[in-house]
Design a protein around this ligand. Structure first.
Ligand code: PMV
Length: 335
């Protein structure tokens, strides 16, 4: 086999799901129960370099300048094992990752992280993958990462069946949209790591929440309506569907035993401020993931006003305005 001596660097951006998946039917292969649809952001990129080290006995994983161990390192090693299997290689590697957002805080660092790792890892190990195969690979790191392979709006298919067929059928692809000026205003209520990991939260919800099956069923209808609304550039429809889908997801979590609750008092204060914005005629709609942070969908022209309102509702919290962002890309010049 030829020597692999060229380090590969990739950049990927996080995405926020407007139609959420929550729960995996195969935790090993990372197959979701539900289709999901997201917007990739133009903020908080992750930059990852993979260097093959043919003399090393183990992979080294460096996160934001510090070597990591434990579960965080293991997820990367397991992912590299998959890349090595696909490439038919055995060499170990050094992975250097820089996040511009706190890791594990419900700000989608695993989406940008595994999309960047899939692209850089495939390149470093000499794998030539099309975007579908790359998205499928990224999904093995984190389901949401399958969507960050693409810019703009993307949907991840849950796919049919089980085992290898399910693996083949579950990947993301771009979603057609009419051009519209949309912003996502992010209120960072708490940048600390979450109390319950999304993996554990999903597991508990799927196993114990009596609301889970009906949320998955209503998500199917939400997805169809969302695709139509995006084709019409109908921001109010997009926002309404996204908000109800997210609140429904949090309802399923709250009904789990014991409850999985990511929403904090400040989250609810921000949700109240979004209702007041709507009462004042501003199109603003909220979505929340596995954490207390709130992301508010609005028109670009209203983003500053929405940001000011969120700052008032969440004193001391950082508020960031994002727009639709780019696909994951190789970054040959960065190191
Ligand atoms: O795939 P993960 O582990 O990044 O979990 C994502 C979970 C949600 O953000 C709540 C939903 C989603 O579809 O992104």
């Amino acid at each position: 086999a030829p020597a692999l001596n060229r380090p590969a660097t990739a950049v990927a951006h996080p995405n926020i799901a407007l139609i959420k998946y929550w729960g995996k039917r195969d935790e090993q292969l990372m197959i979701p129960y539900a289709d999901s649809l997201s917007m990739t952001l133009d903020v908080f990129p992750t930059t990852t370099t993979v260097r093959i080290d043919s003399g090393a006995a183990a992979d080294e994983v460096v996160l934001d300048g510090s070597p990591t161990d434990g579960e965080r390192r293991q997820r990367v090693v397991t992912f590299l094992d998959l890349v090595r299997k696909l490439a038919g290689r055995t060499e170990r590697a050094c992975v250097d990752t820089r996040n511009s957002v706190p890791t594990g805080a419900g700000l989608a660092s695993s989406a940008s992280g595994f999309a960047a790792l899939a692209l850089a890892g495939a390149a470093a190990y000499g794998l030539d993958l099309d975007t579908t195969a790359l998205s499928r690979l990224a999904r093995r790191g984190s389901v949401s990462a399958s969507r960050s392979v693409f810019g703009g709006f993307a949907m991840c298919h849950a796919g049919p069946g089980a085992g290898a067929a399910a693996d083949l059928g579950s990947y993301a692809e771009p979603v057609p949209v009419a051009p519209f000026d949309v912003a996502l205003v992010i209120a960072i209520v708490d940048a600390g790591p979450k109390a319950v990991s999304s993996r554990e939260g999903m597991r508990r919800t799927v196993r114990t929440s009596p609301l889970y099956p009906s949320w998955v069923a209503s998500g199917r209808a939400d997805l169809a309506e969302m695709r139509a609304a995006l084709l019409q550039a109908d921001l109010d429809a997009v926002g309404e569907i996204a908000e109800r889908n997210a609140l429904g997801m949090h309802a399923t979590m709250l009904a789990a035993r014991p409850a999985v609750r990511y929403l904090a008092p400040v989250t609810v204060a921000v949700l109240d401020s979004v209702l007041r914005l709507r009462a004042d005629g501003v199109s603003a709609y909220a979505t929340m993931d596995a954490g207390p942070n709130v992301k508010v969908l609005c028109r670009r022209a209203d983003a500053d006003r929405v940001a000011d309102t969120l700052r008032d509702a969440a004193p001391g919290c950082a508020v960031v305005v994002a727009g639709p962002g780019p696909a994951a890309r190789p970054d040959p010049g960065s190191r």
